[in-house]
Design a binder for this molecule. Structure first.
Ligand code: ZN
Length: 185
């Protein structure tokens, strides 16, 4: 990541909004933000495929569901955070991945400038490509700061996106099973 470039950019924004980037409280802000982006945008240098490479054999291809996976991302239109939870279900094809790797996969794609729709699809697609399950279903529920702190200012509004692949496509029974599992607490 080019930290110098980020620092220059932040300095320009500070000047642009009428601030004085040389005043004490702002002196280290460009550097701080550059370091912050190394973490927040760390998904660009991380590969979900790598995390999904280690797999375990299973005899029963029962549905696996991981839910309440908290994530933080930022929208590519405003570079403001959107955050919430993801739930992923898949029906194995003889192999499963470690549960922590499912959350890791969400994180890899969340730590990039995103659209919620694309984030949802990318998670589903990498599962299909790497794990080759019979099918996968991903649901993401998130609140977008660009809708709550600016623009139409509707706090609490949740955006829900759902993507199905493989056997989940147009299969109401499987989809309903997934939705029912999400309601369990
Ligand atoms: Zn936005």
């Amino acid at each position: 990541m080019d930290k110098e470039k980020i620092m220059e950019g932040v300095k320009l924004i500070l000047e642009g909004i009428g601030e004085d980037p040389t005043r004490e409280g702002l002196l280290e802000t460009p550097d701080r933000i550059a370091r912050m982006y190394e973490e927040l945008a760390g998904g660009y240098t991380d590969s979900a495929a790598d995390h999904l490479r280690k797999r375990f054999h299973v005899d029963n291809n029962d549905m696996v569901i991981e839910k309440d996976i908290h994530f933080y991302s930022f929208c590519e239109h405003h570079m403001l955070p959107f955050y919430g939870t993801a739930a992923i279900a898949y029906i194995p094809n003889g192999e499963v991945v470690g549960l922590s790797k499912i959350a890791r996969t969400v994180e890899v794609f969340a730590k990039r400038l995103q659209l919620q729709e694309r984030l949802t699809a990318q998670i589903a697609d990498v599962f299909m490509e790497e794990l080759k399950p019979q099918g996968v279903m991903v649901l993401i529920e998130a609140e977008h700061m660009c809708m709550t702190m600016r623009g139409i200012k509707k706090p609490g509004t949740k955006t829900v996106t759902v993507v199905t692949r493989g056997v989940f496509d147009e299969n109401d029974q499987l989809q309903n099973k997934f939705f029912r599992m999400l309601e369990h607490h």
